[in-house]
Design a protein around this ligand. Structure first.
Ligand SMILES: *Cc1c(COP(=O)(O)O)cnc(C)c1O
Length: 401
């Protein structure tokens, strides 16, 4: 179906941060399958883990347990800092939107009617997750959506305080809004949300589908010293980078209260967390750990941001959370620049009319990124004098999840 418009290229092969198209042309993949390919393409450890698991036990149902799934759940709880919170549990899914569906159902099980989300939020495309997604153009064609969701202005601590009450089931936040163009929550906001949730007995749900699993240079963005400051959620959702390219998502519930909201028979999935998906996630987490990729992400991100800020026109501003980066341009020409970047051998994503999003494999090097910075420098003279389409028209040229 035409949901993604016309594909820009047919890609046939990948290796590390590079992919090749059907005509044999090579591209530096600065989108990473939308923040998914943490280890790049065709990583030997990931390939071996998936192959070995598929050759041993590929799929069972969730009526049965598998060692890989159990080990993965324990590893996620440990990394999330939930290992020492008694009663913590994990539910596995096959995607981010499904992880948020589960979180939404957990919120409903509190018996409270209201759920607060932020303006600019993106939480997925299935009906529940869509109800939590702010963008009118995504939601309007599919109404009526599940009710009770209210959007409060992004980053406005006062507005959140005013909306909070004892009938709020959950506050759902992205630590950094990815689809809105890499917008981190303002300093202190997350701690403020945590306090309000505690005061009113609401769940703090963090959607780390895009920001989790090393993307920001911390295992999870809420653990990042400046982005999240270590504020602990009650529920965290993951997907994208978790399986290094193999589809898997997860809902991490901290403590007995959150973890017991969904009882036997109240939720399910056929594929979620099957042995192959779990093996892929374990291998991905293992390589991030073994190769010290969190340190690497921070180093490479700092160098990239410095280089981008040095470009001048057409770069107006750079926002970065590790290797989740937005390059804000000085005109609404993101779609045109992305098209020229593709011709020049760089895959980037025009996430808003004025911003390019970069979410490269975590293994990308500063040297590999330098070529893209040079390309942008060349854009100062290459771009057309007249700005591209404005407003709604320009918006249709953006590419989001
Ligand atoms: C991509 C994304 C989702 C949806 O994930 P899918 O795997 O595409 O369903 C949800 N939340 C956030 C923050 C995302 O970036």
């Amino acid at each position: 179906m035409g949901t993604f418009g016309t594909p820009r290229r047919v890609l046939v092969r990948g290796e590390g941060p590079y992919v090749w198209d059907a005509d044999g042309r090579r591209y530096l993949d600065l989108l990473g399958g939308i923040a998914v390919n943490a280890l790049g393409h065709a990583h030997p450890t990931l390939t071996a883990a998936i192959s070995a698991q598929l050759g041993t036990l590929g799929h069972i149902s969730n009526f049965f347990a598998s060692p890989t799934q159990i080990v993965l759940a324990e590893r996620l709880l440990e990394l999330a800092g939930a290992g020492d919170v008694p009663g913590s549990r994990v539910f596995f899914t096959s995607s981010g939107t499904e992880a948020n569906e589960a979180a939404f159902k957990m919120a409903r099980r509190t018996g409270r009617p209201r759920v607060l989300a932020l303006e600019g939020a993106f939480h997925g495309r299935t009906m529940g997750a869509l109800a939590l997604t702010h963008k009118e153009a995504y939601r309007a064609p599919f109404e009526p959506l599940p009710g009770g969701v209210e959007f409060v202005p992004f980053g406005d601590a006062q507005a959140l305080a005013e909306a909070m009450a004892d009938d709020v089931a959950a506050v759902v936040l992205e630590v950094v809004q990815g689809e809105a163009g890499v917008r981190p929550l303002p300093p202190g906001y997350l701690a403020h949300a945590r306090r309000l949730c505690d005061e009113h007995g609401a769940l703090l749900v963090l959607d780390e589908v895009q920001t989790g699993v090393g993307r920001t240079g911390a295992w999870f963005a809420h653990q990042h010293p400046t982005l999240g400051g270590g504020v602990r959620p009650d529920v965290m959702t993951l997907a994208k980078g978790l399986g290094g390219g193999f589809p898997i998502g997860a809902v991490v519930a901290y403590g007995e209260r959150a973890a017991s909201l969904l009882g036997a028979g109240q939720h399910g999935t056929t594929f979620g967390g099957n042995p192959v998906a779990a093996a892929a996630a374990l291998a991905t987490l293992g390589v991030i750990d073994r190769d010290r990729l969190l340190d690497h992400v921070r180093t490479v991100s700092d160098r990239l941001v410095d280089a981008l800020r040095d470009v001048g026109s057409p770069v107006r501003e750079v926002r970065a959370a590790g290797l989740l980066v937005a390059v804000e341009l000085d005109a609404p020409v993101a779609a045109q620049v992305a098209a020229r970047a593709l011709d020049a051998g760089f895959i980037v994503n025009p996430v808003t009319p004025t911003a390019l999003r970069l979410a490269p494999p975590l293994v990308v090097t500063a040297g590999q990124l330098a070529g893209f910075v040079d390309f942008l420098r060349g854009e100062a003279t290459a771009r057309p004098a007249a700005p591209g389409p404005q407003g709604a028209a320009a918006d249709e040229t953006t590419e989001t999840s």
